[in-house]
Design a protein around this ligand. Structure first.
Ligand code: UD1
Length: 353
């Protein structure tokens, strides 16, 4: 059996790590295609290095571009690669332009597509990720849902017959890396005095970075937090802030380059909490029992809102009040699986091949 994974953006490299390990464990041929959507060392290669993922078999090198240009380039470059390898499954991950392009490319040449992280919805049709998710789910042959809620959504859309719940592969890797980093001393490079309390923050979504007024208000709110706040700056944020003449520093705010995954997990585990618009970080905070304040009007990861481990903060002026709320009494629930989602994913691909 041959599985061909298509990945392109940072969170997909994280999800690829447990999938690659599961293919080795179950003796399944695994070809990895990197679209090149993310290409900076800190956004791409550092994940392959620190998570022991084999280098991609193919890198399409598409780079950045408008949605149409990026998606179209991936479609065109990927087609001969899929035709050459003729996999039993094309496995696509999450909600990026790389995911949608690969799914369309595969169905057009009649190769079966499986969508990992199927069934998530923000119901916000302004988000590029929402278009990518919905379109990918509806053209895929096998929908690998991370949670029961995601499967129920797919059922409401008439897709129950193609859906299986496998758990969340991000939980597999997050919990494994947490155990690894807690077992050995790891110094995380943060721009604040060692041992002092801090919040972690990230901002990269188009709806938060691309409007100068909104981005300015978010940065102001982070500056006013009562403890140091380390802003792990995605290249998109750096580019937009620079073009709008906005500083990423000042007050409580300290910018830093993106971290490797083990360093991120350690930094999160040692933080007082997170302020973010990242889907992955909302979930990682929940898994590690850290308070998360989400700079969005809605979240696809609705389970994290239970018990207020995560709260939505669409208004930047509410960030200080929400980020400093007390920790909930009840522990987070194990809604994202038991750490065996990647194995279950590959087993499902074998069963349905
Ligand atoms: C993409 C995904 C988003 C995901 C995120 C994870 C889409 C539509 N969005 O957003 O869902 O949460 O990845 O990080 O697919 N850039 C660099 N170097 C890089 C990558 C990006 O400088 O290695 C800069 C470029 O200016 C680029 C911009 O960041 O134009 C945006 O990158 P892009 O890949 O288009 O989308 P992300 O914002 O990263």
């Amino acid at each position: 059996m041959k599985v061909l994974s298509v990945v392109g953006a940072r969170p997909q490299f994280v999800k690829l790590a447990p999938i690659a390990a599961a293919t080795r464990q179950l003796d399944v041929d695994h070809i990895v295609v990197h679209t090149g959507q993310h290409y900076d060392e800190s956004m791409s290669q550092s994940f392959f290095d620190t998570l022991a993922i084999p280098d991609p078999d193919v890198n399409l090198g598409v780079g950045s571009g408008s949605h149409g240009t990026q998606t179209g380039r991936i479609l065109g470059e990927l087609e001969p690669v899929l035709q050459h390898h003729q996999p039993d499954w094309v496995l696509v991950y999450g909600d990026t332009n790389s995911t949608l392009a690969a799914a369309i490319c595969a169905v057009k040449i009649h190769l079966p597509v499986a969508h990992l992280e199927a069934g998530l919805r923000s119901f916000n049709r302004q988000m590029p990720e929402e278009h990518n998710r919905v379109l990918t789910d509806h053209c895929s042959d096998l929908l690998l849902a991370p949670t029961r809620a995601a499967a129920a959504q797919l059922s409401r859309e008439g897709l129950a017959g193609r859906t299986v719940v496998v758990g969340d592969v991000m939980a597999d890797i997050c919990l494994a890396v947490r155990d690894e980093v807690s077992a050995r001393p790891t110094a995380v490079p943060l721009p604040i005095p060692s041992g002092s309390p801090y919040f972690l923050a990230t901002v990269h979504r188009a709806e938060n970075t691309d409007d100068p007024e909104r981005l300015g208000a978010i940065l102001d709110a982070l500056r006013k937090l009562p403890i140091d706040t380390v802003l792990l700056a995605h290249p998109r944020l750096v580019a937009r802030a620079q073009s709008f003449g906005l500083s990423l520093a000042g007050g409580a705010l300290h910018p830093a380059p993106p971290l490797t995954y083990p360093h991120l997990v350690k930094a999160l585990a040692q933080s007082r909490g997170v302020v973010t618009d990242s889907g992955g970080l909302q979930k990682e905070a929940y898994l590690l029992g850290k308070i998360c304040t989400t700079l969005r009007t809605e979240t696809e990861w609705a389970e994290t809102l239970e018990g207020s481990w995560n709260v939505l903060a669409p208004e930047p002026s509410d960030v200080r009040r929400l980020a400093t709320r007390p920790e909930p009494d009840a522990a987070p629930l194990p809604v994202y699986g038991n750490g065996d989602a990647a194995l279950r994913t590959i087993q499902q691909l074998v069963t349905h091949a």
